[in-house]
Design a protein around this ligand. Structure first.
Ligand SMILES: Nc1ccn([C@@H]2O[C@H](COP(=O)(O)OP(=O)(O)OP(=O)(O)O)[C@@H](O)[C@H]2O)c(=O)n1
Ligand SMILES: C[C@](O)(CO)[C@H](O)COP(=O)(O)O
Length: 232
């Protein structure tokens, strides 16, 4: 059974505001992109890695990821995360429908082998798998600056990546999504949930260390985590 990991690095890091895509910033002396790719390259359950990179940065990404032997391709992404996933699916056109595919944010450099293990194991009998962590905050839905809904916190988790799918399932979900002119999603499980509502999405435990480097403060936290990771 083939397993391919897709590392999504097609964004430009607007919220980070670093003047270049945040996946090139270093934490613990290594580029964020390298850390994310290295996690999948080193995992024994992963056969190949595809990197999706923002336009204009493909050569730099290819150079950074050259040391990782499982990197099979570096392809250009799209204007949105969703469009970058579609670019990856196009690059995976020759892979079999029963292959396991993991989509991971390059912006999450501290994904660990145990998290990848949990997603891969769940994909043995589920077609779609998400990684979630409990919320320490109360989460509310707002409308016009006031609370519209307050879901019970114990029913909520925050999604991380990797999100895993049988390739045929995520292909089918995106085929439907791309026919929808109102398509908008913040993750790949959202595409399955909306366009293949009969497919259950299994949720496995994530890890608080698997943070998404999004804002400048996250770099400070990531530096700390990188030091901690080196010493454990
Ligand atoms: N067009 C895009 C947008 C995002 N991503 C990737 O999806 C992950 C999560 O996105 P996010 O944290 O939003 O990254 P950016 O889009 O770079 O950040 P921002 O929204 O602040 O511009 C990142 O690894 C990012 O590179 C992508 O592959 N293609
Ligand atoms: C996929 C994701 O990381 C799950 O939490 C998140 O939705 C990505 O959002 P972003 O706005 O593209 O960073």
């Amino acid at each position: 059974m083939r397993t391919v990991a897709v590392v999504l690095a097609g964004g430009i890091g607007q919220r980070m505001g670093a003047g270049r895509p945040k996946q090139f910033l270093e934490v613990g002396g290594r580029p964020i992109l390298s850390l994310a790719v290295a996690a999948f390259d080193a995992h024994p359950g992963v056969d190949a890695v595809v990197v999706v990179m923002a336009a204009g940065h493909l050569r730099a990404a290819a150079a950074l990821t050259a040391p990782y032997g499982k990197v099979a391709a570096v392809v250009e992404g799209g204007d949105t995360r969703t469009a970058s996933t579609v670019a990856a699916l196009t690059a995976l056109a020759d892979e079999p429908a029963d292959a396991k595919v993991l989509f991971h944010d390059a912006a999450r450099p501290f994904v660990d082998a145990a998290t990848i293990d949990r997603v891969l194991a769940a994909l043995d009998d589920a077609d779609a798998v998400a990684v979630g962590v409990p919320s320490a905050d109360t989460i509310v839905e707002i409308a016009d600056g006031t609370v519209a809904a307050m879901p019970a916190r114990h029913t909520l988790v925050r999604f991380q990546t990797p999100q895993g799918f049988r390739l045929g399932v995520i292909r089918a979900a995106y085929d439907r999504a791309l026919a929808d002119p109102a398509l908008h999603a913040t993750d790949d499980c959202g595409i399955v949930h909306r366009y293949l509502p009969d497919v259950p999405i299994r949720v496995v435990a994530g890890d608080e260390r698997n943070l998404k480097v999004t804002h400048p403060l996250d770099i400070v936290i990531a530096e700390h985590l990188a030091t901690e990771t080196e010493t454990v």
